[in-house]
Design a protein around this ligand. Structure first.
Ligand SMILES: Nc1ncnc2c1ncn2[C@@H]1O[C@H](COP(=O)(O)OP(=O)(O)OP(=O)(O)O)[C@@H](O)[C@H]1O
Ligand SMILES: O=P(O)(O)OC[C@@]1(O)O[C@H](CO)[C@@H](O)[C@@H]1O
Length: 305
């Protein structure tokens, strides 16, 4: 079984405003509410691929109820801990501004008792099963929580996928996860540098593999992604179709990669499928479907560097 953990799930509130005017009344042209949070996105894409997973994390209030009910209606398996206050609403704004603008909420306060409930669920996971830890850590939880969990989970023979930004990422590297997936900005922040080209990214991807991570995927938006393994480095390039909404593209890459790897054990094909899934999401309104991934897949070209 693949378990995804989202500590701070959200309702992603997608809004489109034709001509955004600051300090004035704007009216929405389009609006849509979708359950979000990185681990939840991974579970949703896995479900689109027909691969079962269990979504873990904290949900609360009327927003939490929406998240839980929508996922159950979509056929996902969920095992959330219920907290007292509302799950957050994250605003994803499309407007005349060129890029997407995101405003993410803080999320509910998680008490030590609720945290203990989630830890208990993690304790039941068996060796050889998969855990995907993805997304930010709410302010009320210890900063080192991912570090503690990855240490314990890896000692128990559980396979780890981690998609987090900042110091938390460097700390989990010690547990030698199966996969980490920073984007190139996050990788740069980790080492306090700006990374603007594949050549600049390479030494830092290699450094993470040297520190023990089995596979590092550095995603680069429309420029595709790089895969670093102990043996080689690969670059997957994607087609440049019209981008509709790239929120969750990185999570789709992770889901496509892990979902395919658990079924085929073919690392390169899984990488190619993951990159196709990321792009298929960028080319869609909601997260990618299997059909959309398979339209993109033949256009993804892999090159060994
Ligand atoms: N503009 C785009 N055109 C084509 N493919 C894209 C585009 N943006 C993203 N992708 C695909 O999605 C993958 C992940 O994208 P990106 O690097 O933006 O991840 P991310 O920053 O983690 O995204 P997010 O946090 O929104 O989930 C890329 O490797 C690529 O395959
Ligand atoms: O605030 P975090 O946890 O860093 O990111 C949360 C989030 O922006 O990431 C997902 C896309 O990757 C969205 O569904 C969600 O709103």
């Amino acid at each position: 079984m693949i378990y995804t953990v989202t500590l701070n799930p959200s309702i992603d509130f997608f809004i489109e405003v034709e001509n955004l005017k600051i300090n004035d009344l704007n009216r929405m042209k389009k609006e849509q509410k979708i359950p979000g949070g990185k681990g939840i996105n991974v579970s949703r894409v896995l479900s689109h691929l027909g691969i079962p997973s269990t979504a873990l994390g904290f949900v609360g209030g009327f927003t939490g109820e929406f998240i839980r009910n929508t996922l159950i209606k979509e056929g996902l398996q969920v095992d959330f801990v219920e907290v007292e206050t509302d799950s957050r609403i994250n605003i994803k704004l499309h407007s005349n501004l060129k890029d997407e603008t995101e405003i993410n909420g803080q999320g509910p306060i998680i008490s030590p008792e609720k945290l203990a409930e989630l830890c208990k669920k993690l304790k039941r996971i068996q060796p050889q099963e998969w855990v995907v830890l993805a997304g930010s850590i709410p302010a009320s939880l210890p900063e080192h929580i991912y570090e503690d969990w990855t240490k314990d989970l890896s000692q128990r023979g559980i396979r780890l996928v981690v998609d987090v930004a900042g110091k938390s990422l460097l700390n989990v590297v010690k547990s030698r996860p199966f996969l980490i997936k920073p984007n190139h900005h996050e990788l740069g922040e980790l080492f306090h540098v700006h990374l603007n080209s594949v050549q600049e990214i390479i030494p830092y991807g290699c450094e993470l593999v040297e520190r023990g991570v089995k596979n590092v995927i550095v995603s680069m938006g429309g420029d595709g992604a790089l895969l670093f393994t102990t043996e080689a480095i690969y670059w997957a390039r994607t087609p440049t179709w019209k981008v509709v909404n790239s929120v969750g593209a990185g999570d789709s890459l992770v889901a496509g990669f892990i979902g395919t790897y658990t079924q085929t054990k073919d690392l390169l094909y899984s990488f190619r499928y993951g990159v196709a899934a990321g792009s298929a999401t960028a080319f869609s309104q909601d997260l990618c479907t299997k059909d959309m991934i398979e339209q993109v897949l033949p256009q993804v070209r892999i090159q060994k560097i």
